[in-house]
Structure formats: structure tokens, C-alpha cells
Write a protein that binds this ligand. Structure first.
Ligand code: SPD
Length: 342
């Protein structure tokens, strides 16, 4: 804990609502009830929070013990508590606007495209003519924007639990929220488990799970019962792409997820990854699975983006291409060793 005294300039840089969070003792920090991740003009992704009586308490996030990543804050643009989580938007000094949920960075304007393009095109370019797609989470609209590049797609259902995430994205992140404007998009604001439980068997060609980390509302989305429901909602030979954390930090979690997926998905199961500088360790992974049926060879895109009509209508993808697609499945030796189910 930083024990030094802050000077006048630093004090002026702290948004007034954060003064309480300027904690110089552990006890005082626990008292903080207002985006305590922004302290002395810096956002630090190292905390998680939970309700204790009528108070919000903050503690080191168990997903990333012993490390933290910080961005300089120019201006806090929005902070409010929704029914599900604390939603924060700030203008950073070097990464544009940033969206944070419950103290965890979800996206920045500078590097968001790497994640959204990969999670959307890895599955959709792995099957011929995807038609019906479900996006779970993804309330910022970025994944919708990418799915909409595929002209074969006729229906894009999205199930986001938190209306505030959608509203905030429409206000502060128009380049992502543009995804909602596509006429093929049908928005469901509800718990994805409920939607998927009641969906017609085999309805979707592809399901993309763009969740937050499994420590809050998204906890159920890495468990076997969820994968079973997903599998049921996919057609034979349909595909799932699920956000799957960092191989530098979470091989245990990846192992468990892969093992659960192998039990459920009788087609193929693979792990891929991409660099996203502002995610913990600068890396994020994806689990790709297919149901029993026509074989899906995820490692070789049969529906290459370069040949897709309409894929470049708005602008070119900035990260994803067929070479990146193939490379994303190459795994370092330590991952092959530690993730025994791969
Ligand atoms: N550790 C953060 C992982 C965030 C994954 N979801 C990001 C949402 C972007 N559409």
C-alpha cells in the first residue's frame, strides 16, 4: 500500500467521487464504495468487489493474484451500478475509451478489434454458409459488428443480461454498438441460460460466448451443464466459440473447460489464442468445439474471410485474416503439456 502523501495536482486529478477510494490503509480501502479501481488518476485492474450488507467491498481478484495492469485515466465518463455489476467508462490517456465491468477491463477502443474479430471469425470461417448465429453476452455490440460481415448469416440472436451495458455502448462506443443496427440482429435482454434452455434443438449453426470472466454473473458459463445446453441448441456439425482466458494465467481453468467440452461435444475441440494488449498477460484464448456430424476442421478456414462477399462493406478487419486463423491454433509446448486434455 502506498503510504506517501499525494500533492495538490494529484488530488485535483482524482474524480471527486473517487476521493473515498484514495485509500492509504487497507481498512480505508475496504470502505471504498465507488470504482476504487481508479485511484490517483490511474485505473488498475486488480480488484474485484462484492456486496457486504449494504456496502460494496473490494479485494484482490483471485483470477490474477499478485499482478495488476494500469491505464492512465484522463476522464471518468460514466459510472453506475446496474442490477448485475458496476459499469465504468473512462477516457484513457493512450487507449481511447475503456469499458470496465466490476473492476475488470472489457475493452478499449485501441485494441478491441483483435478480440471481437477473432471470437467471431474463428468459428464462422470454419463452416460453410453459417445462417443462424447466437451471441451470448457481447452487449457492447462488437461481436455483432463482426458477425454481420458474413452475408450468408440470416439471423443473429444476441442474449445480454445487462441492459446498462448496451445503453452505455450505444452512448460511448458507437463503433462497436453499430453492430445492433444490422436488421438481422434480434436482441434478448435476459439470462442466457434461460434463453438457451428453451431454444429449439439444433436451431443455431454457431454460438459465440463473449462473456466476462467467470467470477461474477458469468460463472455458470464455463460449466458442463451450460455446454450441454449449448450443444443441444446447435445443429449437427454446428460450432461453439467460447472466451477461454489466458494460457499464461489459467491453464487449470482451460484444462477444466476443455475436459468438460470433450465430454459434451463429440465433434472436435480445440484451443486458439490471440494477443490483446489490455487483457491480463496480453493474451486471450478461445475454445472451439463442434457437435457430432459433418467434420469441422477448425484449423483450416473453409469459409475464408478474404472470399466473403460483404465482409469488407464497412471496413477491413484489422486483425483477423486466414493466416492469423491458422496460426491461432499453434500452441506453445508448455500449454500442450499443462493442458493435458488438449
Ligand atoms: N478478462 C476480460 C475478458 C473479457 C471478455 N469479454 C470482452 C467483451 C468484449 N466484447
Amino acid at each position: 500500500m502506498d503510504q506517501r502523501k499525494i500533492n495538490e495536482n494529484e488530488l485535483a486529478a482524482i474524480p471527486p467521487c473517487c476521493l473515498k477510494a484514495r485509500a492509504f490503509s487497507p481498512d480505508a480501502e475496504l470502505e471504498a464504495n465507488c470504482h476504487a479501481t481508479v485511484v490517483s488518476g490511474w485505473f488498475t485492474e486488480h480488484q474485484n468487489s462484492s456486496d457486504k450488507g449494504d456496502k460494496r467491498v473490494y479485494f484482490n481478484n483471485p483470477m490474477w493474484p499478485g499482478e495488476a495492469h494500469s491505464l492512465e485515466v484522463k476522464n471518468v465518463l460514466f459510472k453506475e451500478r446496474s442490477k448485475f455489476q458496476e459499469v465504468l467508462v473512462f477516457e484513457s490517456a493512450t487507449y481511447g475509451k475503456v469499458l470496465v465491468l466490476d473492476g475488470i477491463l472489457q475493452l478499449t477502443e485501441k485494441d478491441e478489434f483483435a478480440y471481437q474479430e477473432m471470437i467471431a471469425h474463428l468459428p464462422l470461417c470454419s463452416i460453410q454458409t453459417p445462417k443462424n448465429v447466437l451471441v451470448v453476452g457481447g452487449g457492447d455490440g462488437g461481436v455483432l459488428r463482426e458477425v454481420a460481415r458474413h452475408s450468408s448469416v440470416e439471423l443473429i440472436d444476441i442474449c445480454e443480461i445487462d441492459q446498462m451495458v448496451i445503453d452505455v455502448s450505444k452512448k460511448f462506443f458507437p463503433d462497436l454498438a453499430v453492430g445492433f443496427e444490422d436488421p438481422r440482429v434480434h436482441l434478448h435482454v435476459e439470462d442466457a441460460l434461460e434463453l438457451i434452455r428453451h431454444v429449439r434443438k439444433g436451431k443455431y449453426d454457431a454460438i459465440i460466448v463473449d462473456s466476462s470472466d467467470p467470477v461474477g454473473p458469468a460463472q455458470d458459463l464455463v460449466e458442463k451443464p451450460f455446454f450441454e445446453m449449448i450443444s443441444n441448441a446447435l445443429r449437427s456439425g454446428g460450432v461453439l466459440c467460447n472466451m477461454a482466458e489466458s494460457m499464461w494465467l489459467h491453464t487449470h481453468l482451460i484444462n477444466d473447460m476443455i475436459a468438460a467440452c470433450r465430454e459434451v461435444f463429440k465433434g472436435s475441440v480445440h484451443y486458439a489464442w490471440a494477443n490483446v494488449p489490455t487483457y491480463p498477460s496480453g493474451v486471450i484464448g478461445f475454445i472451439l468445439c463442434s457437435t457430432e456430424g459433418p467434420h469441422v476442421d477448425f484449423r483450416n478456414p473453409v469459409n475464408p474471410i478474404e472470399k466473403l462477399e460483404g465482409a469488407y462493406d464497412q471496413s477491413e478487419p484489422k486483425f483477423y485474416n486466414s493466416q492469423i486463423h491458422r496460426a491461432a491454433f499453434a500452441l506453445p509446448s508448455f500449454v500442450k503439456k499443462q493442458v493435458s486434455s488438449l
